[in-house]
Write a protein that binds this ligand. Structure first.
Ligand SMILES: Nc1ncnc2c1ncn2[C@@H]1O[C@H](COP(=O)(O)OP(=O)(O)OP(=O)(O)O)[C@@H](O)[C@H]1O
Ligand SMILES: [Mg+2]
Length: 450
C-alpha cells in the first residue's frame, strides 16, 4: 500500500521543510504549496489524505482554502496553522470546517497526534464497524426530520475536533448526543469522560480537573490524575457547564487554549490532547449577558452549537421511543413487554413533556409497574394535566392597533417560532404551519423576515 499523501500550504520555506520532514518520518508523503493558487492546482491534480495550511498566505486567507476543500473535497481533513495566541482565527477556521488547528511555533508532538487523528478520519470513511466497537450502545432513535437532523450533524461533528456546545431542555438527550459524537469520532478508542460541573465541591474542583501531586495540600496523600489527563486522546464532556464557578472558568479557559494543564503542586505543565464538548439546559448566552459566565470561555466552548429539540417538537417519535423503552424495561425486569392501548397512546401524543425523553422514560417505568394483563392504559400513565397553554401570540395587544397590523404580528410570531423550532428549515417550517413552501416564502418576503 502506498504512503498517505499530505498537502502542506505555507509561504515560509522553513516551515514547509520542517513539516515535510516531520511527516516523512511518519511515512507520509507530502506536496507543498506556497500560496492558495498553487494549493488549488495541486488539489485538482492529486488525491490527498490530509491538508495542513497556514492562515496568512500571499494571495489570501487559509480560511478560503478550508472553505474550498469543504465544498469540493468534503472527505479531506484540513487543519490550519495559526499564529500563537490567535484564538479568533482558530475558532473561525473550525467554524469554516477545519477539523483542528495547531498554533505556531508548531509543537511537533501535537502535530503528530493531529496528523494521526486526521488519517484515522480518512480510514473511517467507509463506516465499516471497527473491532472492539461492536458492544451494544444506546442509539439515538427517531424518524422525525428533527432526529434525522441531529444524527446528520453528529456524524459531521464527529469528524471535527472543534468544541461543541450542546443546548436543549432537560432530558432531551444532550449527554447521549455527546457520547455519540465521541463514539463516531477518531477518538473512540480513548476515554469519554463526562463530568457534572455542578456536582463537584468547589474546593476540590481544581484537583478534580487537573490532578495534584502528593503533599501539595493537606489530604493529598498520593499523586492524583485529573479529568483532563484521564480524557487524554479522548473527549471531556463538561455537563451542566453553566454551573462552573467563575474562578474555575478562568482555569478551564487556559487549559483549553494552551492544550496543557498543571496539576496542583506540579513544576511543569503537561500537554493534553482532549476534545471538549459541553452542555447545559440553561441559557448560557443569557448567563454571559448577566456576567455569570465568562464571555471568552463561552466563545471558546461554543465554537459549534448542537441544539437538541424538545420532545414536543418531534412528537412523531413518541411511539417509536415508547416502544424501544418498553422493550428495554421488559428486558431488565425479565417480564414480557407490555402493550400501550390506543387511548393511552393518544394521551402520550397529546402531552407536552416538560421533562422530555427522560420524562417519557419515567412515565413508562411507572406504567409498567402499574399495568395489568400486559396492557398499559391511560390511567397507568398518570400523566399530569398540562397547564393552560401559554399565550405566545399577542392577543392582548393594544386595542387601538389596526386589525391588519395585529394579524401580521400574529403571523410573524408563528412563523418565527416555526422557523426556530425547525432550525430554519423552511420546508419543515411550512409543514408545521400547514402552509405550502411557496406560501411561506411569500410571507417571509412580505414580512421582511428573509
Ligand atoms: N433519541 C433518543 N433515542 C433514545 N433514547 C434517548 C434519545 N434521546 C435521549 N434518550 C434517553 O433519554 C434519557 C435522557 O437523555 P440524556 O441524559 O442524554 O438527556 P440530557 O439532555 O442530558 O438531560 P439533562 O438536561 O436532564 O441532563 C436517557 O436515558 C437517554 O438514553
Ligand atoms: Mg445530562
Amino acid at each position: 500500500m502506498s504512503n498517505p499523501l499530505a498537502l502542506i500550504v505555507d509561504d515560509e520555506p522553513d516551515i514547509r521543510e520542517l513539516l515535510e520532514i516531520t511527516l516523512g518520518r511518519m511515512n507520509i508523503d507530502a506536496r507543498t504549496a506556497e500560496d492558495l493558487h498553487s494549493a488549488r492546482q495541486l488539489l485538482e491534480s492529486e488525491r490527498f489524505d490530509l491538508c495542513l495550511t497556514d492562515m496568512r498566505l500571499p494571495d489570501g486567507n487559509g480560511i478560503e482554502l478550508v472553505e474550498n476543500i469543504n465544498q469540493h473535497y468534503p472527505e479531506l481533513p484540513v487543519a490550519v496553522i495559526t499564529a500563537h495566541g490567535n484564538m479568533d482565527s482558530a475558532v473561525q477556521a473550525l467554524k469554516a470546517g477545519a477539523f483542528d488547528f495547531v498554533s505556531k511555533p508548531v509543537d511537533l508532538g501535537m502535530l503528530r497526534k493531529l496528523v494521526n487523528t486526521a488519517l484515522k478520519l480518512e480510514r473511517n470513511d467507509t463506516g465499516a464497524a471497527r473491532p472492539g466497537n461492536s458492544k451494544q450502545k444506546p442509539e439515538l432513535l427517531g424518524k422525525s426530520p428533527a432526529a434525522e437532523r441531529i444524527r446528520t450533524l453528529i456524524r459531521k461533528l464527529a469528524r471535527s475536533q472543534a468544541p461543541v456546545f450542546i443546548s436543549g431542555e432537560s432530558g432531551t438527550g444532550k449527554e447521549l448526543a455527546a457520547r455519540q459524537i465521541h463514539q463516531q469520532s477518531p477518538r473512540a478508542d480513548h476515554s469519554f469522560i463526562a463530568v457534572n460541573c455542578g456536582a463537584i465541591p468547589q474546593e476540590l474542583m481544581e484537583s478534580e480537573f487537573f490532578g495534584h501531586m502528593k503533599g501539595s495540600f493537606t489530604g493529598a496523600i498520593s499523586d492524583k490524575q485529573g479529568l483532563f489527563q484521564a480524557a487524554d486522546g479522548g473527549t471531556l464532556f463538561l455537563d451542566e457547564v453553566a454551573d462552573l464557578p467563575l474562578n474555575m472558568q478562568v482555569k478551564l479557559l487556559r487549559a483549553i487554549q494552551e492544550k496543557s494543564i498543571r496539576p496542583i503542586g506540579a513544576q511543569r505543565e503537561i500537554p493534553v490532547d482532549v476534545r471538549i464538548t459541553s452542555a447545559t439546559h440553561k441559557d448560557l448566552a443569557a448567563l454571559v449577558e448577566s456576567g455569570h459566565f465568562r464571555q471568552d470561555l463561552f466563545y471558546r466552548i461554543n465554537v459549534i452549537e448542537l441544539p437538541i429539540p424538545t420532545l414536543r417538537e418531534r412528537r412523531d417519535d413518541i411511539p417509536l421511543l415508547a416502544d424501544m423503552m418498553l422493550s428495554r424495561i421488559a428486558a431488565y425486569t425479565g417480564g414480557s413487554k407490555p402493550r400501550i392501548d390506543r387511548d393511552a397512546l393518544q394521551a402520550l401524543l397529546g402531552y407536552s413533556f416538560p421533562g422530555n425523553i427522560r420524562e417519557l422514560e419515567n412515565i413508562l417505568e411507572r406504567a409498567v409497574a402499574l399495568c395489568e394483563n400486559g396492557i398499559i392504559t391511560r390511567e397507568d400513565l398518570q400523566i399530569p394535566t398540562d397547564p393552560a397553554p401559554e399565550r405566545t401570540t399577542p392577543l392582548d395587544v393594544d386595542p387601538d392597533m389596526p386589525l391588519e397590523a395585529h394579524l401580521e404580528q400574529v403571523e410573524r410570531n408563528m412563523i418565527t417560532t416555526a422557523l426556530e423550532a425547525t432550525h430554519w428549515n423552511k420546508t419543515a417550517a411550512a409543514k408545521r404551519l400547514g402552509i405550502s413552501f411557496r406560501a411561506l416564502r411569500y410571507k417571509l418576503e412580505k414580512l421582511g423576515l428573509e
